[in-house]
Design a protein around this ligand. Structure first.
Ligand code: FPP
Length: 239
């Protein structure tokens, strides 16, 4: 086992950015970039699993992305619908657990139904877990968690003084998975954009200029290798 394999992230979050610029650079409509971006998900997930990663969270659509022009939102909805009805079956056949995080009530009823079915049908798979963040915002998720905790306190399940990190984690949509160890953002932007705010407090951040449709297995290896070279101290000092 190499050093880098000993120091492997368990959970990787990916901000899949740059579909639009990838397409524009090729003289194609932005929709072509999203389509190519969607096609890239399967191979990257497969490679992550082969590398021994246990959880991958993909930021596919933020709560702010609804503000995009209707035509682009419609294109993305078409891709999500197709992904949930077709492509996702390949993940299910490979026993991948799939969860959706974000405000699913904003989607059409048929998509909400599919999300619920996919989660139910894959709930027992425990080797590799993929979370798809759709209509997701870290602040919104924290607000939802605060409301749940407030209700628990009103229901006298526990005292305000007993609210701790564990209770907050449990109230978040990511409660079933450990916090991300590594967050990758493609396309050269160096910001978090409301992704998993609470959960990434100690995550290592990796920014690459490569646009998401071009991000391949070797690029994922590079990110995992870079992670392996980092020294995580969680506020402590190096022993
Ligand atoms: C960011 O690129 C990407 C998105 C807002 C959408 C992500 C969607 C996919 C990767 C494809 C569909 C996903 C699934 C789950 C089927 P951008 O459009 O902001 O690119 P830009 O910054 O270059 O304009």
């Amino acid at each position: 086992m190499t050093t880098q394999e000993q120091n492997l992230p368990v959970h990787i979050g990916i901000i899949m950015d740059g579909n639009g610029r990838w397409a524009t650079n090729q003289g194609l409509p932005r929709s072509a970039g999203h389509k190519k971006g969607a096609e890239n998900i399967g191979p990257i997930l497969e490679h992550a699993r082969a590398r021994g990663i246990k959880v991958v969270t993909l930021y596919a659509f933020s709560s702010d992305n609804w503000k995009r022009p209707k035509a682009e939102v419609d294109t993305l909805m078409g891709l999500f619908r197709r992904y949930m009805n077709e492509d996702i079956k390949q993940l299910q056949e490979k026993h991948v657990r799939i969860s959706f995080i974000g405000d699913r009530e904003r989607f059409e009823p048929d998509m909400i139904k599919r999300m619920n079915e996919i989660e139910r049908d894959t709930a027992a798979f425990d080797d590799f877990h993929v979370l798809l963040a759709l209509s997701y915002g870290g602040r919104e998720d924290l607000i939802a968690a605060i409301k749940k905790i407030a209700i628990d306190v009103l229901d006298r399940k526990y005292l305000i003084s007993n609210i701790d990190e564990h209770k907050v984690h449990n109230a978040l949509s990511t409660h079933a998975v450990p916090y991300p160890d590594l967050v990758i953002r493609t396309s050269g932007e160096q910001r978090i954009s409301n992704f998993l705010l609470w959960e990434i407090a100690f995550a290592e951040l990796y920014f690459t200029p490569i646009y998401w449709p071009d991000f391949n297995e070797h690029d994922l290896d590079d990110a995992i290798e870079a992670y392996g070279r980092r020294h995580r101290r969680f506020g402590n000092v190096t022993p």
